[in-house]
Design a protein around this ligand. Structure first.
Ligand SMILES: *[C@@H]1O[C@H](CO)[C@@H](O)[C@H](O)[C@H]1NC(C)=O
Ligand SMILES: *[C@@H]1O[C@H](CO)[C@@H](O)[C@H](O)[C@H]1NC(C)=O
Length: 243
């Protein structure tokens, strides 16, 4: 026991030492913020049915492959100081390819047709969340990968474009848990309208309800489908529990 508590800080030092020579191998994996509830992959976004699935608690997750692909999942709840019953909530999915510059900066380029956002502002949107495309190229000034001296977990500390620290991310899966890294919507034209996306979202919601009826007897599955449906009808109402 004594040894392990000594070895961890040493490992942490060694890992920090690696920083001088950034490598895509050390980025490889699925990283998740402290809540440990948000993970990239099919549990967050179902591209076939156009479903963003609300995790239990807010958080963020980034995945990287060692050959230059990334995926991000974000679930953020923002309280409303005017009315504590009205927090807004947003779910964002993006993926694409990345480049690790020789000075340690990371450039994340999204696949534009694939990004999705579900925004819920329960007190102003009449209970219908807004489902739309989302495209945001991302630049991280630098990052560190090290073993946290307190909890012994592999940690990814990202410094955002302006050098400010993102909340630390902890290694959850290696190899990473990701959707396919190629375009998920290859037939989509970039000009696809919000309305057609919405129609698809609605259709998939209807499908879920149909599935519901069938799955009821299966007991546990019912909850899952209900939950997915809730994330479309009013993710805000579920997020009341967050604050
Ligand atoms: C690395 O180089 C890029 C492009 O020249 C620059 O924008 C970025 O700020 C540099 N990063 C650091 C950590 O200096
Ligand atoms: C806060 O929002 C809820 C839900 O819309 C509403 O019923 C309530 O009256 C609001 N409270 C205040 C102080 O505005």
């Amino acid at each position: 026991m004594i040894f392990s508590s000594i070895i961890v800080p040493l490992l942490a030092l060694a890992a920090r030492g690696v920083q001088a020579d950034p490598s895509m191998a050390e980025l490889e994996g699925t990283w998740s913020s402290k809540s440990n509830t948000v993970f990239t992959g099919s549990g967050f976004y179902d591209p076939v049915d156009e479903l963003l699935i609300e995790p239990d608690l807010p958080g963020i997750s980034y995945s990287f492959t060692s050959d230059g692909f990334w995926e991000a999942a974000l679930y953020r709840v923002t309280s409303n100081p005017q009315n504590h019953s009205c927090p807004s909530a947003v779910l964002i999915y993006q993926h694409g390819s990345y480049e690790l510059l020789s000075n340690g900066s990371l450039v994340l380029t999204p696949i534009a047709v694939d990004g999705r956002q579900l925004l819920s502002e329960p007190c102003t949107d009449d209970g219908s969340s807004v489902y739309s495309r989302y495209v945001q190229a991302t630049f991280f000034k630098t990052y560190e990968v090290y073993v946290d001296g307190y909890n012994g977990r592999w940690t990814l500390q990202i410094y955002q474009f302006d050098g400010s620290k993102m909340q630390p991310l902890y290694l959850a899966y290696k190899p990473p848990n990701m959707l396919p890294t190629t375009a998920l919507n290859p037939t989509d034209s970039a000009s696809e309208t919000k309305t057609s996306l919405k129609k698809r979202a609605r259709r998939s919601l209807e499908n879920q309800y149909r599935t519901n009826a069938v799955k009821t007897t299966a007991g546990k599955n019912y909850d899952f489908y209900w939950w997915v449906a809730v994330s479309f009808v009013g993710i805000g109402s579920a997020s009341f529990f967050m604050i």
